[in-house]
Design a protein around this ligand. Structure first.
Ligand code: 5GP
Length: 113
């Protein structure tokens, strides 16, 4: 379950995180293994395992996460940035609590691996 993940423990304050933004719906913090000078994760407080597990009633929350991702990017001084949501193990998801990666501060190439 999403609430049992390391991110769930951060949301409950059981383990610390390097927080950059917080509101009633989400939390944003620095990735422990950054892939760029700025690498922040935006997670919903709601225990959602993945984007694939989201339903119609999550539409507003998903939009909020993207708006927060852009806000965090601006706060971190980025004008160009990438947002990534890995959904499922074969797509690279390793923590099964939905999260939006916000990555920037260097040249980002395409396609990703
Ligand atoms: P995923 O591979 O699921 O898309 O992304 C999970 C991300 O969570 C990875 O970039 C990984 O570095 C990050 N991560 C895993 N454990 C922790 C942790 O304990 N603290 C923080 N801040 N990030 C973590």
């Amino acid at each position: 379950m999403a609430s049992d993940t390391i991110f769930g423990r951060m949301l409950r304050g059981e383990i610390p995180c390097d927080e950059v933004y917080s509101d009633e719906k989400c939390l944003a913090f620095r990735d422990i293994q950054p892939q760029a000078p700025v690498h922040v994760l935006v997670i919903p407080r709601k225990a959602l395992e993945s984007l694939d597990a989201a339903v119609a009633e999550d539409a507003e929350l998903l939009g909020h996460l993207l708006l927060v991702a852009a806000k965090v990017a601006r706060q971190q001084g980025l004008t160009d940035f990438r947002t990534v949501i890995n959904s499922g193990a074969k797509a690279g998801q390793t923590v099964f609590h939905l999260h939006v990666h916000v990555i920037g501060g260097r040249l980002l190439t395409w396609p990703p691996g």
